[in-house]
Ligand binder design. Structure first.
Ligand code: GLC
Length: 692
C-alpha cells in the first residue's frame, strides 16, 4: 500500500517535470530523485530514497553477490541511481591481491607512534587508495584488543589498551571517511585470536566487555564510522552476527546508526540474525537472499526491520558522498604516490621503539667504519607485512640492508651476512663478520597471519642462537626486531641495543636507517606489554586460551596487558608505553585542579627528541579496578634544554566504571591517584584527585 502511493506521486512529479524540462533535464533530475539534493542531511536523503524503493530493491542491498573484482560486491541500482557498494580490505592498505598500491606499515606500527594525527593521515592515505581502486567501503580499522601475545592478527590491532586503541581508531576513521570511503570497524566483538575463531564461544563478563573490549568500537562509532563488521566467534554461546545482546549494545547503548555487515561467512541464520540486528550478509546471499525475502513476506522479519537495514546502509553512503561523485575509480589505476611513500616511511619511523640502549650503542656515529648487517630479515626475507585478508602486495621493499648501506655512505664498509639460513655454518659466518666490524646489527623477523595464531613467542629457527653468538663476538651488537607483537628475548642482557620496528611496510629500510643513525629520534612507545616469560602473560590456562571444547573463559577479566602485570606484581621485560629517546627528559611541577592535570617536561639532553607523556588513573580501591589505566597522553618534540608546560584534561568518562547491577556507566566516589610518566612502568609524578 505505502509503496504504491509514493510511486504514483513520484510518477506524477516526473511527468510534470518531464513536460517542463524535457529538453534540459538529465536522467535523474533532482525533481524525481529528491534524495540527490545535497542540501539535505544524509538521514533525510536516505529516508527519501528508501521511500522510492521496492521491497526487492531493498532486499538486493542487504547481501553481497560473492567475491568479485572486490572482496565484497553489492550491485548498484540504475533505476534509482544507487552506486554499487565495493568492499575491500584492509587495515594496512589496499589488499585482496590488488597491485600498484602502497604497502603501509602494519596498524600495530602506527599504534606504536601514539599519534592520533598520524593515525588520521594513515586512514586518509589508505582511504584515498581504496577510492582510487574503485572501492568505497574500506574494511578497516581492526580494533580487537591484543589479549594474547600469540594472536595471529595482532599485527592488525592497535594494541592492548582500550583508550589508546580508541583514540587512534577514531582518528583513523576520520581520515578514511574524509576521503569518501566508509570505514568498517572490525571485528565486533571479542575476536582476539585466530585459533578456533569460527567456533569458539567467548565467555566475558559484562563489565570487562564494556571497559576493555567495547571502548575502541565505541570511540570509532562516535567518530562516525559508517559500518561495523560482526565477528566469527560466539559471545556467551550466541554467534556475534546474531547476538541480540552485543548488537543491541552497539546500536542502543553506543548509538550506532550505520550498518552491521557480517564477516565473510559469519552469518548463520536468517530470522535470528535479522532480528538481532545484522544488516547485511557478506559475501553472499545464503541467508539474506531468498530466505530473507520469504521471511519478510511471511512477516517473520518485519518489513520495518528490512527498511531499517537499508536505511542504515543508505545513510552511511550519503554521509561520505557516494551519491555525489562521478569518478568511481577502478582496479587498474596505480594509486601510489610520493606522498604516500613518504608517509609510509614516516609512520614506520614514528612507530619504531628503542627498547634498550646500553653504553650509548645507538645512534651509529661516523666513528663506525664497518657495520655488519646480519639476518635474512635484513635483506633476503624482510618481514614488512602481515598475512591473511589484510596482506598488501608491496611493489617494492626498501630492505634494512638497502637503507643502512644508503645512509652509511661510501666511507663505511657495510656487509650483509644471512646468518640464520645456513645452520651453524651460517652463524659462524655471521660471527666472523661481527668480529671484524665496529658495529653488528642483527635483524630478527617473523610475521603472522589471519587464520592461525603463533604457536609460541620465541623467535623462529636459530635466531636466538645467532643473536647470542654475535653478541659474544661484538660488544656493540644491536638487535632490530620485525615482529607482529611480543617475542621472548633470552639474549636481552647480552646485547647493547634492542629496537622493535614491528611490520614496517615497504619503506622499512629507510625508516630503520633514520633511527639507527639518529636522523630521527626513536619516538615509538610500546602499545603492549612485553613479558620476560610466556607464563607472565595473563591468559595462560587452556580455559583462557585457546579455550576448551570451543568455550573460552576471559577469566582474567579487566586484567589484560599491563593491568595484569600491575595487579599480579609481575615486572615486565619492557612495560606498556615504554620507549627510549636518544635524549632524556625531566618531568616536574605537577598541578592537579579538578579534572585538569598540568606538568612540565624538559629535554635535559644534548639533542632534540620526542617525549610521549602518559597519564594513568588509579581508581579508589572500592571501585574494583586494576591498579592503573591509561586516560590521556600527548607527544612533544623538544629541543635540547627546552621545557614545555603540558595540560591534560580528563573527560568525565575517564572516571567511569561499568555498573553491571544497573547496566550503565557509574562514577565511583573517592580519591583517585594520578600517575604521570614516560610509561606505565616509569611514573615520574604522582598526585590525587577527589571525586565526590
Ligand atoms: C576475513 C576477515 C575480515 C576481512 C574479510 C574480507 O575473513 O576476518 O577481516 O575483512 O574476511 O576479506
Amino acid at each position: 500500500m505505502r509503496r504504491t502511493r509514493i510511486r504514483t506521486a513520484a510518477v506524477v512529479t516526473a511527468v510534470l517535470t518531464g513536460i517542463a524540462t524535457a529538453v534540459s533535464a538529465p536522467a535523474g533530475a533532482a525533481s524525481d530523485r529528491p534524495w540527490m539534493n545535497t542540501a539535505q542531511s544524509p538521514d533525510a536523503r536516505a529516508h527519501e530514497l528508501l521511500a522510492a524503493m521496492t521491497v526487492d530493491e531493498e532486499l538486493a542491498m542487504v547481501h553481497g553477490t560473492g567475491v568479485g573484482t572486490y572482496v565484497g560486491v553489492v550491485p548498484g541500482n540504475a533505476r534509482l541511481g544507487i552506486p554499487a557498494i565495493n568492499l575491500e580490505d584492509g587495515p594496512a592498505g589496499v589488499a585482496d591481491g590488488m597491485t600498484n598500491v602502497t604497502a603501509f606499515p602494519a596498524p600495530i606500527t602506527m599504534a606504536a607512534a601514539w599519534d592520533p594525527d598520524l593515525a588520521r593521515r594513515y586512514g586518509a592515505a589508505m582511504g584515498a587508495e581504496e577510492r582510487g581502486k574503485g572501492a568505497n567501503v574500506h574494511l578497516a580499522p581492526m580494533v580487537n584488543i591484543l589479549r594474547v601475545p600469540q594472536g595471529g592478527r595482532n599485527w592488525e590491532s592497535l594494541g592492548e589498551d582500550p583508550y589508546l586503541a580508541g583514540r587512534l581508531a577514531a582518528a583513523e576513521v576520520g581520515g578514511q571517511q574524509s576521503e569518501g570511503v566508509i570505514a568498517t570497524v572490525k571485528h565486533y566483538a571479542d575476536n582476539n585470536q585466530e585459533n578456533d575463531r569460527r567456533n569458539v564461544s567467548v565467555q566475558v563478563d559484562e563489565r570487562t566487555q564494556h571497559e576493555i573490549y567495547y571502548p575502541a568500537f565505541n570511540a570509532a562509532v562516535r567518530a562516525g564510522a559508517g559500518a561495523v563488521m560482526c565477528s566469527y566467534n560466539k559471545i556467551g554461546g550466541t554467534y556475534a552476527c546474531e547476538n541480540p545482546g552485543s548488537l543491541g549494545d552497539l546500536k542502543k547503548q553506543m548509538g550506532f546508526r550505520g550498518w552491521v555487515m557480517s564477516d565473510w561467512g559469519a552469518t548463520h541464520s536468517t530470522v535470528p540474525a535479522a532480528t538481532a540486528g545484522l544488516d547485511q550478509e557478506m559475501p553472499g546471499a545464503t541467508y539474506f537472499g531468498a530466505p530473507l525475502a520469504t521471511a519478510v513476506q511471511s512477516g517473520q522479519v518485519p518489513r520495518a526491520r528490512l527498511d531499517d537495514m537499508v536505511l542504515r546502509i543508505l545513510r552511511s553512503m550519503f554521509a561520505v558522498g557516494l551519491f555525489d561523485r562521478t569518478d568511481y575509480g577502478n582496479p587498474a589505476v596505480d594509486v601510489r604516490s610520493d606522498a604516500h611513500t613518504a608517509l609510509a616511511r614516516q609512520i614506520a619511523e614514528a612507530g619504531t621503539v628503542l627498547l634498550k640502549n646500553a653504553h650509548a650503542a645507538l645512534p651509529i656515529t661516523k666513528a663506525a667504519k664497518s657495520i655488519a648487517v646480519i639476518g635474512t630479515d635484513a635483506k633476503d626475507k624482510p618481514q614488512a607485512v602481515g598475512g591473511g585478508s589484510g596482506h598488501v602486495i608491496a611493489s617494492h621493499v626498501v630492505t634494512p640492508y638497502d637503507g643502512i648501506a644508503a645512509r652509511a655512505g661510501s666511507g663505511v664498509d657495510v656487509t650483509y651476512t644471512p646468518g640464520d639460513s645456513a645452520g651453524d655454518a651460517g652463524i659462524a659466518a655471521a660471527v666472523e663478520q661481527a668480529k671484524k666490524s665496529d658495529v653488528a646489527v642483527v635483524f630478527a623477523g617473523i610475521t603472522s597471519s589471519e587464520g592461525s595464531d603463533r604457536t609460541d613467542l620465541a623467535l623462529p629457527g636459530n635466531l636466538d642462537q645467532l643473536i647470542s653468538a654475535v653478541a659474544a663476538a661484538n660488544p656493540r651488537t644491536i638487535v632490530v626486531l620485525n615482529t607482529p607483537a611480543q617475542v621472548l628475548m633470552p639474549w636481552v642482557d647480552q646485547v647493547s641495543g634492542v629496537v622493535e620496528s614491528w611490520l614496517p611496510g615497504q619503506e622499512m629500510g629507510g625508516a630503520i636507517a633514520d633511527v639507527l643513525f639518529g636522523d630521527a629520534d626513536p619516538s615509538g612507545r610500546l602499545p603492549m606489554t612485553f613479558g620476560a616469560k610466556a607464563v607472565d602473560y595473563p591468559a595462560n590456562t587452556a580455559e583462557q586460551y585457546p579455550g576448551v571444547n570451543h568455550v573460552e573463559q576471559y577469566a582474567e577479566g579487566l586484567n589484560v596487558g599491563y593491568r595484569h602485570f600491575d595487579r599480579a606484581g609481575i615486572a615486565p621485560l619492557f612495560p606498556f608505553g615504554h620507549g627510549l629517546s636518544y635524549t632524556s627528559f625531566r618531568y616536574g611541577k605537577l598541578a592537579v585542579d579538578g579534572h585538569r592535570v598540568d606538568f612540565t617536561v624538559t629535554n635535559t639532553g644534548k639533542r632534540a627528541g620526542t617525549a610521549v607523556p602518559q597519564l594513568y588513573l588509579g581508581f579508589p580501591t572500592s571501585a574494583g579496578e586494576p591498579p592503573k589505566s591509561l586516560k590521556a597522553f600527548t607527544r612533544l618534540n623538544l629541543k635540547p634544554g627546552e621545557s614545555r608546560r603540558v595540560t591534560l584534561n580528563l573527560p568525565p568518562g575517564a572516571f567511569q566504571v561499568w555498573d553491571t547491577a544497573h547496566h550503565r556507566w557509574a562514577t565511583p566516589k573517592g580519591t583517585y591517584h594520578v600517575y604521570v610518566g614516560a610509561s606505565s612502568g616509569d611514573v615520574r609524578l604522582t598526585g590525587t584527585m577527589r571525586v565526590s
